[in-house]
Design a binder for this molecule. Structure first.
Ligand SMILES: CCCCCCCCCC/C=C/CC(=O)SCCNC(=O)CCNC(=O)[C@H](O)C(C)(C)COP(=O)(O)OP(=O)(O)OC[C@H]1O[C@@H](n2cnc3c(N)ncnc32)[C@H](O)[C@@H]1OP(=O)(O)O
Length: 392
């Protein structure tokens, strides 16, 4: 849909008003000039109008009425029935022009299109992401545009490993997105990784109260973090731009749609790390892919390719890496135009009956992990990574 200059170009035709209409308040004193538009100007405006960004139903009705008046003169067709809403709105708009002369209607049409073209040119300028970035986040880039809130993990040099600060910022961003006027929310990563999961340096920041206290507060953080995904009220989409590890994989079971680049992999090496599953994956993964496949991932740490994850139902669709961004955002922009309330309600109908269960599972997984973090198996695995002795 984006044209060569990054300009949004949609095709719509004023005489074929297909979408639902609000009854317009027509005030048609468009041209204050005495200039007469030539037939050529009018034809050029007719071509130009097809290239404009959709101006909304009210303006489309004005254009329709002026077009009819300019080409056929005053409205002389029978009034459509009260239940024929669209044709009635069109008829009302045309009829409201009364005996406006054809030439004036033509001039008003040309003026209106010219005004729309210049405002469309300036509003279609794509602002650089830095200008649209929401302030207050250090580990994320959060932007809202086209009814989409995008939450991008932004520690590319660390493979978007999730620090305590990033857990907290993701929670804040999700809470804000649940209340903003976006229709859908997307989580993605900056750089070559989607996320390498929990930042293992979270284990080194031990408070004076000791490791037990750290494990306790971390279990609360984990539970709160996962709860935000369980409770998120709008469609939540993951755009998995590259490899995903640990908690960034497990929470995918709580997303509504997961798009993956062909370069993405899905890895949950919990046993290797002396840990156990979180993000409700102990429940969602067996449900999504069956217990045998889930066990390979969650107990044995089998890494899945994007194609395998898609075959097993964890991923909705895989896109070639070279076209991933373009294809995914084109798709999401189209989805974001669907009626937002209907999407929210559909999500509720699909998810609500599981919510209580998911909260209980999350609490249980967090409790088990709190103990695991204090185990020698976990301490040794983390130390091996931090002292550069091991990688996944
Ligand atoms: C008692 C306290 C408990 C505290 C708990 C807090 C809350 C926990 C909540 C739940 C837990 C979730 C479970 C998980 O997510 S488990 C998965 C954890 N992730 C890993 O084990 C991945 C470790 N990383 C790697 O194995 C490799 O880095 C990689 C991802 C395979 C990439 O390898 P690479 O060779 O391509 O790149 P590399 O040079 O290693 O990485 C670049 C720099 O990024 C740093 N880095 C990458 N991932 C992490 C990570 N997860 N944690 C910390 N740092 C990471 C890496 O060290 C490099 O840094 P530098 O350039 O050397 O400074």
């Amino acid at each position: 849909m984006a044209g060569a200059a990054g300009r949004v170009v949609r095709r719509w035709y004023p005489h074929v008003l297909r979408s639902s209409l609000q009854v317009p308040a027509l005030q048609l004193h468009m041209s204050k000039t005495a200039m007469r538009a030539s037939q050529k100007d009018f034809e050029s405006a007719l071509s130009q109008v097809k290239l404009l960004k959709d101006p909304g139903n009210e303006v489309k009705l004005k254009l329709y009425a002026l077009y009819k008046q300019a080409t056929e003169g005053p409205c002389n067709t029978p009034k459509p029935g009260v239940f024929d809403l669209i044709n009635k709105a069109k008829w009302d708009a045309w009829n409201a022009l009364g005996s406006l002369p054809k030439e004036t209607a033509r001039q008003n049409y040309v003026d209106l299109v010219s005004g729309l073209s210049s405002s469309s040119d300036s509003s279609s300028q794509v602002k650089p992401e830095a200008d649209r970035k929401q302030p207050g986040y250090e580990t994320l880039v959060v932007t809202s545009e086209d009814s989409i809130t995008k939450i991008m993990m932004n520690r590319p040099a660390k493979k978007n490993a999730i620090t305590t600060q990033m857990y907290n910022e993701i929670m804040l961003a999700l809470k804000a997105a649940s209340k903003d006027d976006s229709a859908i929310t997307v989580l993605t990563g900056n750089g070559d990784y989607y996320s390498s999961g929990n930042d293992l340096s979270n284990f080194t920041d031990i408070p004076p109260e000791g490791i037990e206290e750290k494990a306790k507060s971390s279990a609360i953080l984990l539970r709160d973090f996962v709860d935000c995904f369980i409770d998120f009220p709008k469609p939540l989409i993951a755009a998995v731009n590259g490899p995903a590890v640990g908690i960034s994989v497990t929470i995918l079971g709580l997303f509504d749609t997961v798009y993956a680049s062909s370069r993405a992999t899905f890895h949950t090496p919990f046993s290797h790390l002396g840990q156990s599953p979180e993000g409700c994956s102990s429940y969602t993964f067996p449900k999504i892919m069956g217990p045998a496949k889930a066990a390979e991932m969650l107990i044995f740490g089998k890494k899945l390719t994007a194609a395998e994850a898609c075959a097993q139902g964890l991923v909705s669709e895989v896109f070639p890496d070279s076209t991933f961004q373009k294809e995914v955002w084109t798709r999401l922009k189209a989805y974001s135009k669907l009626p937002p309330n209907a999407m929210r309600i559909s999500k509720q109908v699909i998810r609500n009956r599981e919510k209580e269960k998911l909260h209980a599972i999350n609490a249980e997984e967090s409790r088990v992990l709190q103990e695991r973090w204090l185990s020698d198996e976990c301490t040794n695995a983390v130390m091996n990574f931090l002292t550069r002795k091991a990688k996944l």
